[in-house]
Design a protein around this ligand. Structure first.
Ligand SMILES: CC(C)(COP(=O)(O)OP(=O)(O)OC[C@H]1O[C@@H](n2cnc3c(N)ncnc32)[C@H](O)[C@@H]1OP(=O)(O)O)[C@@H](O)C(=O)NCCC(=O)NCCS
Length: 186
């Protein structure tokens, strides 16, 4: 069971009690607008996602971490996910994604959570963390920038979204860049 603590947050593996807030979050149109693959049609679909995330806890080797983000009192705020990219030796290359409940947006929570998982993954052998989002998703880009990610590219007309091709912004954070920062986030 992974538990990562930050000044305001706890990032932890899922428990079955997460089903209700997770389902409410993943059926909220504002949350899934930029995450169409995460849009849940019914509670059975959310339950399958939750069970799959909980199975990862005992996987050996473990290649995926879908972590609940809560406040220090256990209130569910959202989620942050890490996955090792297939085929990279020694678990060196990891991808990251996240979503938060809208009522808690713009309080620096996603930034605090992303900084904490970056530290976690770099302390556990990874050397590179990748993330991408639609270029128009300014909140997500801002989270990555606040965590010290560098934009490596802009993939033009890359992603089919809501009836049109859109640009995708691609970011990276290397272990050396993270460790080298004077002020780690948060
Ligand atoms: C992306 C997301 C996780 C950010 O969560 P959060 O907890 O609000 O993030 P933070 O508070 O740490 O940072 C958000 C930053 O974006 C900025 N921001 C938010 N909306 C913005 C907008 N429309 N335009 C420009 N900046 C915006 C905020 O001002 C803040 O920056 P600041 O601290 O410099 O003021 C949240 O918006 C979300 O869940 N969105 C839906 C799911 C999603 O898009 N996930 C990412 C898919 S790649």
């Amino acid at each position: 069971m992974i538990i990562i603590e930050t000044p305001r947050l706890i990032l932890r593996d899922h428990i079955s009690e997460d089903l209700e807030p997770l389902h409410a979050t993943l059926t909220n149109p504002a949350v899934v607008w930029y995450l169409p693959a995460m849009r849940m049609e019914d509670v059975e679909q959310t339950k399958a996602y939750l069970i799959s995330s909980m199975r990862d806890i005992d996987a050996a080797p473990r290649t995926r971490y879908n972590l609940a983000v809560t406040d220090r009192d256990g209130l569910y705020l959202g989620e942050i996910g890490l996955h090792y990219i297939d085929g990279t030796p020694d678990d060196a290359h990891c991808g990251m994604g996240y979503f938060m409940r809208p009522e808690y947006w713009n309080r620096d929570y996603a930034t605090e959570a992303a900084g904490a998982v970056a530290r976690f993954i770099f302390e556990n052998g990874a050397s590179r963390l990748s993330a991408s989002c639609l270029a128009e998703n300014l909140a997500s880009r801002r989270v990555l920038e606040k965590c010290g990610f560098t934009q490596e590219g802009l993939l033009k007309n890359h992603t089919w979204h809501e009836g049109e091709w859109k640009d995708c912004a691609v970011y990276r954070l290397l272990k050396d860049e993270f460790i080298g920062r004077k002020r780690l986030v948060p």
